[in-house]
Design a protein around this ligand. Sequence first.
Ligand SMILES: [Fe+2]
Ligand SMILES: [Fe+2]
Length: 448
Amino acid sequence: MKGQTAGGTVRSETGRRRALPAAVLALAALLAGCATAGPGAGPSPAPVGYPAIRFAVIADPHLFDVTTSSPGPAFDRAVDSDMKLYAESREILAQALADIAAERPDFLLVCGDLTHDGERSAHELAAAMLGRLDAAGVPVLVVPGNHDVLNPRAARFSGETAEPVAGVTPEDFAAIHADLGYREALERDPASLSYVAEPVPGLRVLALDACRYLGEPGSPRTDGRLPRATRAWAVRVLARARADGAATIVFLHHAVIPHFAGMERWLDAYLLDGHDAAARFLAGAGVHLAFTGHVHAQDIVRGTTAEGPVWDVETGSLVSWPNPWRLVEVGPGAAVRISSRRVTVTPSRGATFASHAELRLAEGLRDEALALLARRGVHGEPALAIARRVVVAFSAFFAGDEPGPVAPVDRSVLGPWSRLAEAAARQLLDAIGTDLEPADNDVSFTVD
Ligand SMILES: [Fe+2]
Ligand SMILES: [Fe+2]
């Protein structure tokens, strides 16, 4: 098991605690350093035989119900200036769901962080929007993310102020999203919001809830772990699926396989605690496909365990560029084909939406990088030169299929102190720029 990492939060200018984006956490970890992992054990592998199915995946729609708030500085700061387009989340999700409906997939997976910060109104809006697709014949299955349940940051915004609003308990989450997995579940885990469903005959879908909101100090935390009782429940559920002759895939919020070299060091909280043991356990139980979110990046990685391979198919956030979703075809047999789509047009911005989203990501990354560098005494042209590399590298990281490490900063513009900062940043930028196999957006492979 790897060490626990405290949730990635920071106090903003207004005094509210807000989540740090993955990019910022990674940059901040550069100067801190942290520990790594160890493996676990699992049973023996078995051949995979998927029925022929086609399904869609979205992650981190981070819906915010703007009707709860009124325009003003607090709204602008909290939901209308971030690299995540919270204020536009409703129309982005609506566009994605319309595009998904047109594809008529067998079902849709939503890999957590349904809401901005767990606001009850956002959950109800998500349930209504996703419920319409479900009622139209595309079953929707959801699992919570770290932002969704018992989140003390749930708020509405008016003028200069942020006011707390109702959030949801685990019981509320299952009730509000009853039609999105919890009512149709074959079995639910009494210890978490995990469940197993069979949206298509012969394919079990295991929804794992690894989020830490159940009375933990500092809740909600960014990191995730599967409680012992949930692991024992999953063992029984997967054994039953095998006995029934059903293939199984899993979806959860946290990554099961590291998505770049050194992810344990820089983005530890985005990996499931005990991820090595979890991957071995899944592979040993015949589960070779995991669909995840949380990092907000498009990335697919093939993990190798003693019990067989596990592909972690991480989907980027709907509310940050490139605003992706995925179509996945599996079967017959062991064939997998993944293609990626994007929301590029919205009603309020038309065809300018994609460039707007890309600019907001770039501005957000630049500002966060400059703030981190300033705290370490790097200012002016050296800071801007390093920040430009951060923007290029992280934009590629979020889009997937990274072309390779970004060119280093011209050292002639750097002083001695900023050279140290640049060298430290370059370690991370080189790591995230070096894409691990396979391709991230459009790829075919065989689970063997
Ligand atoms: Fe998220
Ligand atoms: Fe998350």
